[in-house]
Every structure is written in C-alpha cells, then in structure tokens.
Design a protein around this ligand. Structure first.
Ligand SMILES: [Zn+2]
Length: 415
C-alpha cells in the first residue's frame, strides 16, 4: 500500500473522519461516555472504508485475546513511543467503529496500536493491514464454552494464515499456538497460562493435551502440536529478549501476568525496530488502565481494584492480589453473564489463610462456592461496610464487570 498522508484522504473519508470527531466531541459534551463508538459509527456510515483510509500510511500493531488486551495495548503503545507518535484506542473501544474514531482523533501518526475484540480480528486485519499482531490467549468468556474457544482459534488461524503480518504469540496457550503457527513469521513469548480448562483437547486432532507437572511444557499426545521454544520470556522483574539480554521492567501494574504482557509489548515494538533497552523504561509510565489496578486511598485504607471478567481472569487476579484482606464482589447482570455456574470452574484455594469478605448481587452464590473450598468469609452488604470492617492498611478488591463499576462509582461518591 502506498504511503498516504492524512491530507490525501479521499473526500468522503475526510468528511467521515471529521464528522466522526465532531460526533465524538458532542457525545462527550453531552456526558455520554467518550463518544468514540458513536463517532466511529457515524463516520463509517458515510465511508464504509473509513478505517482502511485512516490506517493507510501508518504502521499498525493489533492486540487481541480474551484477557489482558487493554493492558497490553497500553504497554505496547508506551514501548512504541521510542519510535514516534502512536495512535491508540486506549479507552478500550475495541471494535472497528472505535478504531476509526481513535485514528481520526489522533490525526496523522506514523504508528498505531489497536486493541481488537477477538471476534473482529479478521475484519480489522483486512482493514488495517497490520505489520504485527499480538495474540495473547483464548479462554471462555461469560457463557462461552470450550467448543467456542476452539472455534475462535480456528477463525484466528484463517485470519493470520491469509496475511503476511508478523505474529507475536503466547507459547503457553495451545489454542493460540495452533492458530499462530499457520502464519509465516511468528515470534513466541512465554506468557504463561494459569487457566487450562479450555485447552485439554487438541484443536488440530482432538487428542488429549499433556502438561507434565512443574515443567511449564505441554504437548499433544496425538500430533505434532507442542509448546514452541519461546524467544521472549520473563525472569523475575526482567524481560529476556531473543539474544538473552535481560531488560529490567519496573511496572506499576501488579502480578506475573503483567510482566508477561510487558514482554509481549517489547516483542511487538522490537518487530518494528525498537530497541528493547530503550523501550523497557517507558513501560513504567503505565499505571491504572480504565480504573483497573487503580489504588485508592480512603479512611486510612489503601484499596486496590482488580477486575476479573471470566474464570481465567479470576485466577490471574488471585495471583496479583497481595496477602491482605480481600473483598470479592460478584454481580450477574447482562454484561457479566446471568449464570454464575462458572464459579465452580475457578479454584478459590489461593485465598486460604487470608481474610475474605464478599458482597455484590450474587454474594450468596459466592458464599456457597467458598464453603465448598472451606474458605471462611464474612458477608457485607455494601462496599462502604467492607471498608469499615477492615483495619487501616491494605484492602484488595476483586470484582467482575458490573460489580467493579459499582465499586468505582461508590468510591467516587465517597471521595
Ligand atoms: Zn493434536
């Protein structure tokens, strides 16, 4: 594709782009969110190729997966900053309308890093011709079952096979490996995978996937699908690059999973020619992401908010939470999924030995689940009561989607 500066956008794309920005500004002024979705939607009504037109001339990275894509997009944007200005959909509007709006708003930039909803990956690849695609993980979200996970992996596989983008992929997720290895050029990152429940069956041949305990290795017992040797990995607080050089990363974000996300970010930036030694210090700029991981001080308590949207996310959150009183909050409204049976797919035993409080619309479902794991808990009817029940010091909060939003709103009110 020829380099096309913003000034050379086709007339229809120019009108659509400026309308998209105006609509977004109007929506913000009316207090209806950041407006990126409505703005992009309007723009794409006028120019269905708007995303393609706005992406042309930029070197684009896409980031997709069930969990961690917002955070990894932020980290990748920070890392790529060493190369030049980067457009990004940092507010998590991760479908094509959100991408169009983000690019329109950013104006001309040499680079773009876009978080992509996993269902839209193919469409966004076709529209943006990315240079690099990061594939993080695939697991069930809400009511999706393992079968849908394998189906999604199949769609990814076709999408990356038909394009020449460089792939940066998680070597520890068999579904991701199977999808990514269809591509011509793949860089593997040892990102880890705590959640195994959606990848016991090989997507290639249907045989059992074996995971020798304590090795981190995995392989299919029926075909040649196995864990590739990763070029990038995490060692303590450092990311190790393909030549074996350690790059210390001082992240503000908690947990092993975010150090793995940092490794992915550096790997993506390196594919565009960034020097990881220069890019690594920039990762420390990323603090909370849309309120996730935010630390709030209130009444002598230091409260940290962790969002967990699905079973794999709960396991990662247990890993991130420090050994301190922990409040779990669960709702089952539309955005969360109405069924809470997934609670039985998650091992709550990492919470043994700490003080656990529970709240939310579906606290009773959580209570039954914790009883099964023989974990003691206290039920509180509101976040304010949880705050009053714990001594000054740290309080970890792990909540699913709408419960998380409720607590954020409550914190804003009390602040
Ligand atoms: Zn197999």
């Amino acid at each position: 594709m020829t380099d096309q500066s913003r000034a050379e956008l086709p007339l229809r794309a120019k009108v659509a782009s400026s309308l998209s920005k105006t609509a977004a500004a109007l929506s913000r002024a009316a207090g209806r969110g950041d407006g990126s979705v409505i703005g992009g939607w309007l723009g794409m009504k006028i120019d269905p190729d708007l995303l393609r037109h706005l992406a042309a001339g930029r070197r684009v990275a896409l980031v997709s997966g069930t969990n961690g894509k917002t955070t990894t997009t932020r980290l990748t944007t920070a890392a790529m900053g060493v190369l030049g200005d980067v457009a990004t959909n940092s507010l998590g509007a991760n479908m094509p309308t959100g991408h169009a709006s983000a690019l329109a708003r950013a104006g001309h930039t040499p680079y773009a890093v876009l978080e992509v909803d996993e269902h839209y990956l193919r469409q966004v690849i076709e529209a943006t011709s990315p240079g690099v695609i990061a594939l993080l993980n695939l697991s069930r979200d809400q009511l999706d079952r393992a079968k849908e996970v394998a189906m999604m992996a199949g769609l990814w596989r076709e999408a990356v096979r038909d394009h020449d983008a460089h792939i940066v992929a998680n070597a520890d997720d068999p579904m991701v490996v199977w999808a990514a290895r269809a591509a011509a050029h793949v860089v593997w990152v040892a990102s880890g995978q705590r959640w195994h429940e959606d990848s016991w069956v090989c997507p290639e041949c249907g045989s059992h996937i074996e995971r020798p305990p304590g090795t981190g290795d995995w392989y299919c017992t029926g075909c040649d699908l196995r864990r590739p040797t990763p070029q990038w990995s995490v060692d303590g607080d450092a990311v190790v690059d393909p030549s074996g050089v350690r790059h210390p990363v001082a992240l503000q974000l908690p947990g092993r999973i975010n150090r793995a996300n940092a490794a992915t970010a550096l790997a993506v930036a390196a594919e565009f020619g960034a020097d990881p030694a220069q890019a690594a210090p920039r990762l420390a700029q990323v603090a909370s992401v849309a309120g996730r991981y935010a630390t709030v001080h209130k009444d002598g308590r230091t409260i940290r908010l962790l969002l967990a949207k699905n079973p794999a996310g709960w396991l990662e959150a247990f890993d991130m939470a420090e050994a301190a009183p922990t409040l779990l909050s669960i709702n089952a409204r539309d955005p969360d999924g109405l069924d809470t049976s997934w609670l039985y797919d998650v091992d709550f035993s990492p919470l043994h030995g700490r003080r656990v409080l529970i709240t939310g619309d579906r606290a009773m479902d959580l209570a039954v689940r914790l009883e099964v794991n023989e974990i003691e808990f206290e039920h509180v009817t509101s976040f304010a009561k949880a705050l009053a029940a714990v001594p000054p010091g740290r309080l970890e909060v792990i909540a699913n989607y709408t419960a998380f939003q409720d607590i954020r709103a409550e914190l804003n009110r009390v602040n």
